[in-house]
Design a protein around this ligand. Structure first.
Ligand code: 3EB
Length: 343
C-alpha cells in the first residue's frame, strides 16, 4: 500500500525494499527517504561495514557472467547507524537492520550461537526485541565441516541453541532464508522491530521447520514460514515470505524434476499467503502470488534458469522485481527456492 506522508507529502511506506542493478541510480528511488541498509548480492564478499550512514553487506552470490543486484532498505524516518563488536546496524526508531559475517571455520555451531546471541542482545538493548526476518547465506551449504557434518546442519545447531537460550525473551522464530553462497563462511543479516507488530505464520502444506524430524539434522531449522509485520503509522501490513522450496510435510518432493519443483514451490507460497491461511492464524487480509515483490529465486543448476524464469514470470508477473541466483540449496535434491515480500 502506498500512502502520502502527512507532513512531507512524500510517498511513504515506513519500511521499503527495492532492487537496483548496475547502471541504475539509487537516488531516484530514495528521494525524501532514508537508507536503512544495502545488501549487494555480487561477485565478491566481505565483512559488512558502515557506508554512507548505513550497513553495507556484500555477499558472493553472483557467478562469473551474472549481474550483481543490490537490495536497498529504506524508511521514511531518519536513521542512526552504529557498530557493536562485529555487528553493524542501523535503526529508525521503529526498525533495526543488523548484519555480521562469520569467516570460514572448521566447525560453525558455537560461533553461530554466539553471533545470533550477540544480535539478540543488541536488539534487546536498542529496544527492537521482535525479530521479523533473517537471512542466512551459507558457503558450501551441503558440504562437510571439519567433523564431517554438513555445514547447514552444523549452522542449524548453533542457531537453535541461540533461540533456546533466548526462549523466554524472544517472541518466537521469524521468517528466514537459509541458502548457499559462493564463498566459504556465513553471511547473516536481520530485521527487527519495536514490540508487538510481528506475527509468525506456518504453512498448512508443510511441517513447521522447527518440528522437522532428526533425519534432517540434530537440531531442526529455527524459522517460521512467513512473518506479518502489522501496519505502523501510514504503511499497510507487509508479509515477509521465507525461502520456500519443493517440500510437502517434511519431504522433498519431485527430485530431479524442475518443472514439478517450481509448481510445488509456487503452490506452497500461494497457500501460505492466502486469506484462508492468515484467517487460520487469526489474522485478517491475505495475498496472491501477484502481490509478491522483491522476489529472490535461488536455482541450483544454471541450466534450469530459463525454465525457472518462465515459471516465475507466468505465476508472479513479468514486471515484478525478481532476482535470480545460481547457488546451492540446503538439501541436495532441492533444485529451487523462492522468497519474497507481499504488500
Ligand atoms: C525448508 O523449507 C527449505 O534454515 O533458515 C528455507 C528457509 C530453508 C529458511 C533456514 C531453510 C531456511 O526447509 C530450506
Amino acid at each position: 500500500m502506498t500512502v502520502i506522508h502527512p507532513e512531507t507529502g512524500a510517498l511513504t511506506a515506513a519500511l521499503d525494499c527495492f532492487f537496483i542493478r548496475p547502471g541504475e541510480d539509487e537516488r531516484a528511488r530514495t528521494a525524501g527517504r532514508h537508507v536503512l541498509g544495502r545488501i549487494t548480492y555480487g561477485h565478491g564478499g566481505r565483512a559488512p561495514l558502515l557506508h554512507d550512514g548505513a550497513p553495507l553487506v556484500r555477499i558472493a552470490m553472483a557467478g562469473a557472467g551474472a549481474e550483481r543486484v543490490t537490495e536497498v532498505w529504506t524508511t521514511d524516518r531518519p536513521v542512526r547507524c552504529g557498530r557493536d563488536g562485529d555487528l553493524v546496524y542501523a535503526e529508525d526508531g521503529e526498525h533495526l537492520l543488523c548484519a555480521v559475517r562469520i569467516e570460514e571455520r572448521g566447525v560453525y555451531r558455537d560461533t553461530v550461537r554466539a553471533v545470533y546471541e550477540a544480535a539478540f542482545a543488541l536488539m534487546a538493548r536498542l529496544g527492537y526485541p521482535d525479530l521479523l526476518r533473517m537471512w542466512n547465506l551459507v558457503g558450501s551449504i551441503t558440504g562437510p565441516n571439519e567433523e564431517g557434518t554438513e555445514n547447514y546442519r552444523d549452522f542449524c545447531v548453533g542457531r537453535a541453541q541461540a533461540f533456546e537460550a533466548w526462549a523466554g525473551r524472544m517472541a518466537g522464530m521469524p521468517a528466514a532464508t537459509g541458502i548457499g553462497s559462493l564463498r566459504p563462511g556465513i553471511d547473516l543479516y536481520f530485521l527487527a522491530c519495536r514490540t508487538g507488530r510481528a506475527r509468525h505464520l506456518e504453512n498448512p502444506r508443510q511441517t513447521p521447520a522447527h518440528r522437522y524430524p532428526v533425519q534432517y539434522g540434530p537440531k531442526p531449522p529455527s524459522f517460521a514460514r512467513a512473518t506479518l509485520l502489522e501496519a505502523a503509522g501510514c504503511s499497510g501490513p507487509v508479509l515477509y515470505v521465507s525461502g520456500t522450496a519443493s517440500i510437502i510435510g517434511d519431504d522433498s518432493v519431485y527430485p530431479g524434476d524442475i518443472d514439478a519443483q517450481c509448481a510445488v514451490t509456487l503452490a506452497n507460497i500461494e497457500a501460505l499467503i492466502a486469506p484462508e491461511n492468515l484467517g487460520r492464524h487469526g489474522m485478517a487480509g491475505g495475498f496472491r502470488l501477484r502481490d509478491l515483490d522483491c522476489v529472490k529465486v535461488y536455482v541450483r543448476d544454471a541450466g534450469h534458469l530459463p525454465t525457472v524464469r518462465a515459471h516465475c514470470a507466468k505465476a508472479l508477473g513479468a514486471d515484478r522485481g525478481i532476482a535470480f541466483f545460481n547457488v546451492d540449496v540446503c538439501r541436495p535434491e532441492l533444485l529451487v527456492e523462492i522468497e519474497g515480500i507481499c504488500r
